[in-house]
Design a protein around this ligand. Sequence first.
Ligand code: NI
Length: 171
Amino acid sequence: MIYPIVKYGDPVLERPAENVTEFDTPELHKLIEDMFESMYAARGVGLAAPQIGISRRIAVIDCSAGENPAEKIVLINPEIIATSGIQTGEEGCLSLPGFRETVSRPNRVTVRAQDVKGEVFEMTGEELLARAFMHETDHLNGTLYISHVSPLKRDLIRRKIRKLAKAGEWA
Ligand code: NI
């Protein structure tokens, strides 16, 4: 099932999501499958559950955008446990369509998470994957990437979105 993507302005995007405590259930498997499907339909490389209106600590990532099944990653209850270096580049978010901003992130990031069965694992990513680990974990903490741009830029984005909303083009 393809869910519509929740857009900036919905409070679900700005509150911390709840921990997942039950694993390997048919419901969890289905939700993860639906998250991948929704992410691919929206042409994203990462999606957090709050972005489909579900406030639970689950994110899916695929930096190959559906080209390589080996790159599919599921993070449940993820925590960033180590970061190093820095990368500066453009970042976007499916919940803020039409916007892309320059954001600095660590270049190498290690995440600790649980898989669909509840097994704890650690994974280290660089460049785009490191950026995705940071971006998606942020989502689960109720933080959007525009928190990492200058207040001036952020205001500009908010103003543009208010205009779009007034015109009925942001829903
Ligand atoms: Ni996002």
